[in-house]
Structure formats: C-alpha cells, structure tokens
Design a protein around this ligand. Sequence first.
Ligand SMILES: [Fe+2]
Ligand SMILES: [Fe+2]
Length: 191
Amino acid sequence: MNMDYINKKLQEMLSEHRYQHSLGTAIEAKKLAERYHSDQDKAYLAGLLHDCAKSLSKEQMKELLNDEGYSEEFLSCKTVMHAPAGEKLAEREFEITDADILHSIRYHCYGKEDMSLLEKIIYVADKIEPSRQYNGIDELRKLAYENLDKALLVFISHSIKTLTEQNRYLYENTIRAKKYYDDMVENKGKL
Ligand SMILES: [Fe+2]
Ligand SMILES: [Fe+2]
C-alpha cells in the first residue's frame, strides 16, 4: 500500500484537526527515530496511523476489539479504546503487518512495562508534535531528544495525575508502566 493511498484514506477517516495532528506525529516520530537510530520509515508510518481509529464510534471500536478480554470499564472508554482499535484498523484497512508498528499504535495511549524503542517514540511523539501547545512543552521537547525514557516517564506520570484528578478511568497498564520506569530510575540508575 503506497503512502499517497494511506494519506488519502486517513484524511477521509479523520477530522482535519486530527489528520494534521497525525501528520505532525509522523514527522516528530521520524525525527526521534533519527535521533535514536531507529527505522525512520516505520516511525513515520506508525505516527501517521496511531490515531486512525479516533473518529470511530464506541460500537465500532468494540467490534474491532472483538471481545479480547478487556474489562467492561475499558470497553466503555473511547479514550483508551481508540488505541487497540487503531491497531486492528491499521491491520485491516491499511494492511500493516509489522508487529512493532502495530504494537506502537496499541500502546500509544496507555503505555506498558518495558516498551520497545518504537513504542516509546510514538508515545512521546504524540505528546510533543508541532501542533501541540501547552505550558512547558519546549522543555519536554528538549528532554525527549536528550533522554527518551525520562520524557516517557514524565508523560506517563502526568497522564496518571490528570486522570486521577479528573476522576477518569485509568487503565492498569499505565500504572504498571509508571512503576516499571520508576523502578528503573531507583534501582538501575538507567534513566
Ligand atoms: Fe491517540
Ligand atoms: Fe494522538
């Protein structure tokens, strides 16, 4: 499947705003891949497709997930569901077969323990792509290019804080991811 076709199809599936965010994420992911010596084409494609399921209805997302053992709470939250539903859609509609690309779409929203380099790149690129605007983004962009694990931990921690404060659903993967990267800092001094 060529890139023109993918772009056209994605543009039809997403709002203009979400499409621009996807393009921005693709560009940022490619730059991060260059910085961290990862496959730039894969990073671009994963960034482009990471939110491909974002405009689907809850029912469509659930159908794509096809009862894979997710909890009822998970299946009532579009914000988390769009990520694994996006993985399925990327496979079905965009013929993506690369497991690392598919997993980076699945985990871009809630993370997990011991993420692959591409998974971390997509998670972080989504948060710092050029159209994102929030307080402190310049420092976080800088951090992302200095220490990807540290940037990842900042975003995961922030996500937990925000969801908890707003009394919103927090998927256990995110908590486990924070513990994993916290422990890495404490015990191994890797970050
Ligand atoms: Fe997303
Ligand atoms: Fe996104």
